[in-house]
Ligand binder design. Structure first.
Ligand code: TRP
Length: 371
């Protein structure tokens, strides 16, 4: 049905109405005023200017704290269900901007437990292995080793468990049913899981022995967990973590989310150039059936996955991205050429990323939190 969509931590489907999500979840838009405030700290990241990072909770509060000299800590994470794809990099690239702009420490959680519990086809060995593979992509983005800790849930359980327990004691089964749609057939690990995702939000305060503000950049699909975290944090006497929410990174099929379960429409950070070119060649553009037709009618950048790639990550220059859209609408640039431009960019980006990813193997140990 047109207009039907779902956004939960476990499922993102349909054409997402992002404005409606702000209303439904009760978050705040990152509006002009907030953008102006943020621009006072550093030139705005393109994802802010373009409304890709578009929603927030308590961002004003955490900036007030920062202005008063109380620095915040960043917390984000990844469910290691497989190799990292380009969509995953998006919020991490933004997190790096936050780290640089606010000189903030970062805790990055790898939830091998989560992906094991929620996927019938993954073993705990798989998700643990992928935690380390994915960590290489995080490190390759250039996070500051002196300010960044990567936490692997099953490895760091001794540190996380006491915090998870504090949370778990405050969350009832009926809350998880209401928030996540769980029922009596849901495995009990899944029911407990939100406590694990909440724990890193409390960790900085525990380690420092005083309340520390925490800012969580994440996809809007993760908000459900953090609504619970925020309620419980307050009940336990911690600050509620603040949030910045991003939109979902589009898939190559033209859908609203890139998905690892369709590998042919997903570009992984480990893909070789030939594979990338092939995937882009097959990407959905919504273009006309013939070149002649398209020169006449023009294309539709708003539905085109190739354009969205440029818009979401790869073309940082606003004028360039606008001009690309214009030329497409006028039929001046056709899909073949556009795909070639994107392919070249991606291949170039991935070559560099893969080189840094190799280098990251030697740094992994310095980034992993041990206790
Ligand atoms: N649940 C997230 C996922 O499936 C992983 C995650 C854990 C996370 N902690 C987080 C994401 C904090 C954002 C912020 O990918």
């Amino acid at each position: 049905m047109e207009g039907d969509f779902t956004v939960t931590p476990w499922e993102v489907t349909g054409q997402i109405d992002y404005d409606l999500l702000i209303q439904k979840f009760g978050t705040k838009r990152i509006d002009e005023q907030m953008l102006a405030r943020l621009a006072g700290y550093a030139p705005l990241h393109p994802m802010l200017r373009r409304g890709i990072m578009y929603s927030q909770r308590d961002l004003d509060w955490i900036l007030d704290k920062y202005d008063q000299g109380e620095k915040f800590v960043l917390y984000t994470g990844r469910g290691p269900s497989g190799h990292t794809h380009l969509g995953h990099l998006m919020p991490w690239i933004f997190t790096k901007w936050l780290q640089d702009t606010f000189d903030a420490e970062l805790y990055f959680q790898m939830t091998d437990d989560e992906k094991y519990l929620f996927n019938d086809n993954l073993s705990l060995e798989d998700t643990l292995r992928m935690s380390y593979e994915n960590a290489l992509d995080v490190i390759a983005l250039g996070f500051d080793v002196s300010k960044t800790k990567i936490l692997v849930d099953t490895e760091l359980i001794k540190t996380l468990y006491p915090l998870a327990l504090k949370v778990a004691k405050k969350v009832t089964f009926s809350t998880t049913k209401a928030v996540f749609g769980f029922d009596n057939s849901t495995n009990i690990g899944s029911i407990f899981y939100t406590s694990m995702q909440s724990a890193p939000a409390l960790l900085p305060s525990d380690l420092k022995g005083r309340n520390v503000p925490v800012l969580i950049p994440c996809g809007i699909d993760q908000d459900a967990h953090f609504r619970v975290t925020r309620d419980v944090a307050e009940a336990l006497g911690y600050y509620k973590p603040a949030l910045v929410h991003g939109k979902m990174f589009p898939g190559l099929t033209g859908s609203d989310k890139m998905s690892s379960s369709q590998p042919e429409t997903t570009i992984f950070t480990t893909d070789p150039p030939k594979v990338v070119k092939k995937k882009i060649a097959n990407a959905f553009t919504g273009g006309a059936v013939s070149a002649e037709e398209q020169r006449k009618t023009g294309g539709k950048p708003e539905v085109c996955s190739v354009y969205k790639y440029q818009y979401f990550i790869f073309e940082e220059d606003d004028r360039q991205v606008e001009s690309l859209a214009e030329r497409c609408r006028k039929g001046e640039i056709l899909c073949g050429e556009c795909k070639k431009l994107l392919s070249e960019r991606l291949v170039h980006f991935l070559e560099e990323h893969q080189r840094r990813r190799e280098e990251a193997k030697g740094k992994l140990d310095d980034f992993l939190m041990k206790a």
